[in-house]
Design a protein around this ligand. Sequence first.
Ligand code: FAD
Ligand code: FES
Length: 393
Amino acid sequence: MTEQATSKRRSTFNELTVSEVRSLTPDSIEVTFAVPAELAEAYNYVPGQYVALRKDIEVHGETKELRRSYSICAAPTVHEDGTGEVRVAIKRDLGGLFSNWANDHLKAGDVIDVMSPTGSFVSKHEMTSLNNPEGLAEDVLAKDEDMFVAVAAGSGITPIMSITRTLLEKNSSARVDLVYANKSATDVMFLEEIADLKDRYPSRFAVHHVLSREQRISPLLTGRIDEEKIQTLLGSVIRTDLVDEWFLCGPFELVQLVRDTLTEKDVPEEKVRFELFTTGPSAGRVEGQRGRAVEDTDGPSFQIDFNLDGLQGTVKSPKSARETILNAALRARPDVPFACAGGVCGTCRAKLVEGDVDMEENYALEKDEIERGYVLTCQSRPTTDKVLVDYDQ
Ligand SMILES: Cc1cc2nc3c(=O)[nH]c(=O)nc-3n(C[C@H](O)[C@H](O)[C@H](O)COP(=O)(O)OP(=O)(O)OC[C@H]3O[C@@H](n4cnc5c(N)ncnc54)[C@H](O)[C@@H]3O)c2cc1C
Ligand code: FES
């Protein structure tokens, strides 16, 4: 299942009904979508994956199709009747279009386009059993303790909730330390659920709330997580050398700081998983640019060929426009997959079969995927007259 879910299951949008909207904090909600039995397989997911939501929303009198990604925050659930559910948590982003619309308007009974789950922010540790529950070797199960550490900030807790819950539930030798940074206690999403996990697994789950605008008893847990604090946390509270796998999710600066610190401490890269929600204000801005460049048959053009769902598409892209493969391909096929358009989610991944491209940002593809020729089409511009990319591989 996991190979299919985490590698190349083509994500598709389906209409799902909101079954519940629950307030988590003054500026965040948890939204549950009901998954009918016939779609249960398509919406099966590995903890840590996300869905994209698509909605036409009126912005300054103009209707825009918005797509935003949201990590699934619950452990996978299939009910006795074969139906399932997908839960996401949406935090208001100051001035943000979709998150504020959702917090203000989304309610039970609404129907919205939800893309089937995708993403590679999932455990790659063979002992977690998350990736291969049936394949666990006896000697692996016999190990005393598997150590996992999650570092999250703000809404970055959502995939961590799904991963942590499943790890503790499914793997009785798992120990999870969660470092969770917020401004103040009222901003802490899933506060009760985190406390419940602590009650249920007192010896296997530890949480370290770090609050930047509130005084806590320990100075270590007060203030912003900066280099000094993370050095101390990783030196005293957490023994980095004993950790089997790391999960980092939050703003770019925090994730980068922790990654750099782990590298300094000789933690191998393959033990560190990270997910970024945004890299800056330009991420997610595709709705303004989509399909804008027009084919200019007189001037020089790139020829962009692409395979999608077994069909080949071709589009010409004026060299002067410097547009991405995604933007050009969307002119020919509106169902070309994308979500963030900012190089963070990986939905637009395709294999470069012919030609060459220049990929601007990449926060989604792993080293081995790049080596195998995968590119993010939302970030890639042709550098040869002809390129062929394959979304099906
Ligand atoms: C894989 C993944 C998983 C995610 N999971 C979650 C999750 O679980 N929960 C969650 O809450 N979020 C999550 N996100 C983030 C989410 O997808 C959205 O990016 C977020 O909700 C903001 O969307 P928005 O439409 O409200 O903001 P947008 O309208 O996209 O704006 C984003 C920010 O940019 C600013 N901005 C907008 N336009 C401009 C401009 N022209 N110039 C300068 N600044 C501008 C806005 O003020 C705002 O602060 C995830 C993202 C990814 C990629
Ligand atoms: S659409 Fe998210 S990385 Fe390209």
